[in-house]
Ligand binder design. Structure first.
Ligand SMILES: Nc1ncnc2c1ncn2[C@@H]1O[C@H](COP(=O)(O)OP(=O)(O)O)[C@@H](O)[C@H]1O
Ligand SMILES: [Mg+2]
Length: 238
């Protein structure tokens, strides 16, 4: 199967200081790949480098075999890469529906956009019930769901999520991960970064361990959960 995302020897950093070193990975359609690792390991830098948001980069990024290396972020979005950053990115003083309309701003055809918004609202009943409310009035978890729903309006091939569960109550963590699974069911390729290691790996197909800017291990997620070293360092077991 052709990978949706293929990264070859990606290195990246800020102001001459390289953080990411020689990272290669692939993500396939309908697959969740999760990157774990300690704070400061370079996980966010990886996603930002793929999305061309890091000042210094070398390597290659292919989207469905198309070389997208030189493209700026808005063109990457148009090409099919969605990116949900670690900090919240909804517009708090717009309604849920208005947020969705903003999220679909690259969809030129208004009829297509209206159809997609309807379909997305059907997928996310929580959002549908509250479509007219200000996004800023929703809980953190609900705002995350809106961010996830919003990415679908571009009909992306790849969705990158940076710590979607950060700061959420356990019940909301489960709800957000259920939504990530929903994205996989839509055939999307998902590249996720998570600190909530056990839960994230349990919904993932594959995982990678990032240490000091390099991807040390890549394996099936089920094997990573059982890996003695991963358990000791990242699952708090001894
Ligand atoms: N905008 C930036 N400018 C300079 N250094 C940065 C910037 N963002 C992150 N870093 C540094 O890059 C390293 C990796 O950070 P990051 O990718 O955010 O790690 P993680 O997401 O794994 O916690 C850290 O040492 C951090 O201080
Ligand atoms: Mg981070």
């Amino acid at each position: 199967m052709t990978p949706v995302l293929s990264i070859e020897a990606l290195s990246a950093g800020y102001g001459g200081r390289m953080i990411l070193q020689d990272v290669s990975l692939q993500v396939h359609p309908g697959e969740i790949m999760t990157i774990i690792g300690h704070n400061g390991a370079g996980k966010s830098t990886l996603l930002r480098a793929i999305f061309n948001l890091v000042p210094a980069r070398t390597g290659r990024v292919l989207l469905a075999q198309r070389d997208v290396w030189g493209l700026p972020s808005d063109r990457l979005l148009m090409a099919g890469i969605a990116y949900i950053p670690q900090h919240r990115s909804v517009f708090p003083r717009l309604t849920i529906e208005e947020n969705l309309q903003m999220g679909g701003y690259l969809v030129r055809d208004r009829t297509v956009l209206a159809e997609r918004i309807d379909r997305v609202l059907d997928l996310f009943p929580i959002l549908k019930a509250r479509a007219g409310q200000f996004a800023g009035m929703m809980s953190g978890g609900e705002q995350r769901m809106l961010e996830i729903a919003r990415t679908l309006l571009q009909d992306p091939k790849l969705i990158m999520l940076d710590e979607p569960s950060i700061g959420l109550a356990p019940k909301m963590v489960d709800a957000v991960f259920d939504n990530v699974r929903l994205l996989r069911e839509q055939g999307k390729a998902i590249l996720m970064v998570e600190q909530n290691v056990k839960k994230a790996l349990s919904i993932s197909d594959r995982g990678g361990v990032m240490e000091l800017g390099t991807l040390r291990i890549q394996d099936r997620a089920s094997r990573l959960i059982d890996d003695e070293r991963v358990a000791r360092l990242y699952l708090g077991k001894r």
